[in-house]
Structure formats: C-alpha cells, structure tokens
Write a protein that binds this ligand. Sequence first.
Ligand SMILES: Nc1ncnc2c1ncn2[C@@H]1O[C@H](COP(=O)(O)OP(=O)(O)OP(=O)(O)O)[C@@H](O)[C@H]1O
Ligand SMILES: [Mg+2]
Length: 301
Amino acid sequence: MTPAISVRDLRKSYGDNDAVRGVSFEVGHGEVLALLGPNGAGKTTTVEILEGYRQRTSGHVEVLGVDPAKGGVALRERIGIVLQECGIDAYLTVREVVQMHSEYYRAPRDVDEVIALVGLDEKVTSRVKTLSGGQQRRLDVALGLIGDPELLFLDEPTTGFDPSARRQSWDIVSNLTALGKTVLLTTHYMDEAQMLADRVIVIARGAIVAEGTPEDIGGRDLDKTIVSFAAPADLLGVPLALTVADGHCRFETEDATRDLHRLTSWAVERGVLLDGLDVRKPSLEDVYLRLTADPTSEVTA
Ligand SMILES: Nc1ncnc2c1ncn2[C@@H]1O[C@H](COP(=O)(O)OP(=O)(O)OP(=O)(O)O)[C@@H](O)[C@H]1O
Ligand SMILES: [Mg+2]
C-alpha cells in the first residue's frame, strides 16, 4: 500500500531564507506522526505545502496519492486542516461557522455533534469574537473535523488550551486513530507527542535531525539512568563516582539496580539519609533539547 503522505527532498526558500532544506519522510495510513522543532524550524512551511496552501521550491510530495499543489477540491474533501493561524469571521456564531464549513464537504459530520465533541456546546450561539483564545482554538479543531477527513493536519492544535481541554483533544485524536484516520501534527508539548504519536520527527533549521518512536528517538532507550540526591554532610567511603554540584550528588549508570543497591547499602550502613533521591531516564524533552541545541551557540560548562 502506498503511504498516506510521501515527501522526498522537499525544499522551500523565501527569498534567500532556505526554510526547508531537503526533507524526506513518509506517513503510513492510520499513523500519527508528530513534527517537533523550535520556532522557525520549518514545520508550518512543510505542513502547509502538504495541505496545498503553499508552493514548494522543489522536491516530490504526495498526499493520499496526489500532488497537493494540483489536488484541488477532490483532495480538500479528503483532508482536514487546523492551521496555526486561522482567519474566521469573528461576527459569525459558532454554529454558523461550523455549518458554513460543513457545506464544503460532500459527507460532513453532524454540526452539533462536532461542536459537542470539542466542548463548545454551551457556545453554539456565541459570536466567535466573544470566545476566549482556547475556545477559538477548539473551534479551529471543529473545522478540521467537520468534513470527516481521512487525513488530518494539526498545526499546534492545543496551544492555549487549559490542561483539561488538552486531554479532551488528545481523546479526540485517539478516537480518530481508532477509526483508522491518519494524523500529522506539530506541537511544542513533549507530553502531547509522547501521548499521541506513533512516530516523531525532530526538525531543526529546515532539516530532519532525528526520527523514531517517542520511546527510542535519539537513542533515548539506550541512554543511561540518572540518579541524584541531596548531598549528605559526609560522603566518606561512598562506593560510586559521584559529581557534587549545588548541594546535589549525581551519577549516571547503565545498571541502575546494581548501583542503587551499592548506594543504599552504603547509606543504611552509615545511617545517611538520601534526601530527594531521584532515579530517571532522560525525558523526551531532555533528548529534544539535546537534538535541537544550536551548534553555533556557546555552551559554558
Ligand atoms: N510567508 C513567509 N514568508 C517569508 N518567510 C517565511 C514565511 N513563512 C515562514 N517563513 C520563514 O520560514 C522559516 C520557517 O518558518 P515556519 O513558520 O515554517 O516555522 P515553524 O517551525 O512552524 O515555527 P513555529 O514553531 O514558530 O510555528 C522561518 O525562518 C520563517 O521566518
Ligand atoms: Mg509553525
């Protein structure tokens, strides 16, 4: 089966700004792919080229088997779009906006059902301009869903959402994938990528720097475990190589079970309390920050 999205050596320049510099990836049918990257990395540019909203400079792009630059209405019917910035008529009501968009599609979902799905049922007759930022974003998500798309593009869908609204929208995306829909999303929230994505692509300065599952990207699964605790008054005879800084002791280990046993045996024997003992693997955020660090910026230890 051909992939839902196929991108080969995609490039986009704005004047002399090479915003996307040769990006290649595929998204399988039913897959959720998250594009992560710092501001200006080229995520929106890439996504909007796939949506048919921007022209590419060069490269090969296929979305549901068609070139989005030539896909026209037939392709628009099959995809849902939540843009990073939406221009919605602020004087229309929530129901009017969703109703209007539903008419662009041959087989739209039920207007009130979609409004309820994004939690705006109490706002159906409110004008868009009276909605809060997060509520307007929910309306954007409703417009992405109204056409019952096979493929949904979500560009920072939950920016500005309160924590419970974010969880609700995660449920919406999970429900879509349970129905076999494909989702390409961008986000700055690592927990969102961790929660939703089957696969993550990290993009920095217009190029892909890593690709993998949220669990193994950037060698995360192979990373050492980090153990830390508040520095006790006396470290005499501690059987591990520790670094001590800012009142904290820390070490990295490939065998946490063995080394924690050594540490706690030593502590119990000497009656030392290991205050704030913390054992963790590098988080997706740790890995992301490492992958996207600007190589030209000075790092002072
Ligand atoms: N319409 C445009 N005209 C000129 N330059 C643009 C345009 N849109 C984006 N750019 C430039 O292209 C680069 C990539 O921008 P893009 O919006 O794709 O980044 P992004 O990864 O979506 O960032 P963010 O996380 O802030 O949304 C930036 O340097 C930006 O200034
Ligand atoms: Mg963007």
